[in-house]
Write a protein that binds this ligand. Structure first.
Ligand code: ASP
Ligand code: MG
Length: 317
């Protein structure tokens, strides 16, 4: 790939920005509090934490163009985790409810910088529930978000007042909008428009089949659409969560891979497991930690939502 000096973030200036005012120490107070509330909530709901997987022969194929990242190891190829989708599905065989604080690498193209909500390395709290429908997962995530924001506004009132005094605790149940209805009303930029106009987080549900990966479950009663969802933050902050019910049957996974043009060779382990009947019905989702931090602190750009942020098109420590 082409090397441009302007891409390199000056390390000395970056570190000086960390120490010159109290922004970054406040950021860490809020982020630690988010992580603490999140873990406590998930464990209180009966979830067990699994350690993150950083490399694997298979990872999430994703649905948009990024540079691939893999490591050659004794002639085999390890991908760097884009999401732990397969490992989540497998872990629910061990125990019904699992989550992980999962670092993901998605080498986004540089134009994603302008979206203000992409980092090429980020952490998501990725969760999965055995034998669940999407409503169960959506309910858990609504209560999680309400819990985190309630606790933070009480524990860290001064910091929230300083950076994002307009932060409100969302109320159940979050609004649900069918993607097809949104497209008809607002065209292809529906997500951006809806997010910019909203005052509370809302769900986009029933995503068209070609717009998501093979693992989100096709609705048997409405086969052009998936039994999945995204949660969208208001005030233009955009996507917070992606998830859904999952495909687990071999024939159906093959059909979906064919439709999306996924390589069956690359996903051999996935297919072997489903062929053996080892995958079971599950539903789950992931919520980005940096995006949640950005939303709670009302930050202009996500690169201020963590230390050592890696922005699209930039090189940084
Ligand atoms: N973690 C998400 C899911 O569970 C997918 C993603 O990472 O984009 O569906
Ligand atoms: Mg998504």
């Amino acid at each position: 790939m082409e090397r441009l000096e302007k891409r390199k973030v000056d390390t000395v200036s970056l570190v000086k920005s960390y120490v010159e005012n109290d922004y970054y120490s406040n950021l860490l107070i809020i982020q630690s509090s988010i992580l603490q509330s999140m873990r406590e909530f998930m464990i209180s709901e009966g979830f067990l934490e699994i350690l993150p997987v950083i490399i694997s022969p298979i990872t999430d194929p994703l649905n948009h163009d990024i540079f691939d990242a893999s490591i050659d190891y004794y002639g085999y190829s390890y991908s760097i985790t884009k999401s732990m989708i397969l490992q989540k599905q497998v872990s629910t065989l061990v125990t019904d409810r699992i989550f992980s604080m999962s670092p993901n690498l998605r080498l986004e193209l540089e134009n994603r910088y302008e979206d203000k909500r992409h980092l090429i390395e980020f952490v998501q709290m990725d969760m999965e529930v055995a034998n669940a429908k999407r409503e169960e997962v959506m309910d858990i995530m609504e209560r999680l978000l309400i819990r985190i924001i309630s606790e933070i506004t009480v524990k860290h009132t001064k910091i929230i007042e300083k950076y994002n005094s307009g932060l409100v605790i969302p109320k159940k149940n979050f609004k649900r909008i069918r993607v097809q209805d949104a497209i008809e009303k607002y065209g292809d930029s529906y997500e951006k428009i809806l997010s910019a106009n909203a005052k509370e987080p809302f769900w986009l549900i029933d995503i068209p089949i070609m717009d998501r990966e093979f693992y989100d479950k096709q609705n048997p009663n409405d086969p052009d659409f998936l039994l999945d969802f995204d949660l969208i933050y208001p005030f233009g902050y955009g996507e917070a969560i992606s998830g859904g019910e999952r495909e687990h049957e071999y024939d159906q996974i093959i059909k979906r891979m064919d439709l999306k043009g996924n390589s069956k060779n690359i996903f051999k382990d996935y297919l072997d497991l489903s062929k053996e009947g080892l995958l079971k019905p599950t539903a789950g989702c992931g919520i980005g930690i940096e995006r949640l931090t950005r939303y709670i602190l009302g930050l202009e750009h996500i690169e201020k939502a963590r230390l050592f942020a890696k922005s699209p098109g930039k090189i940084s420590i």
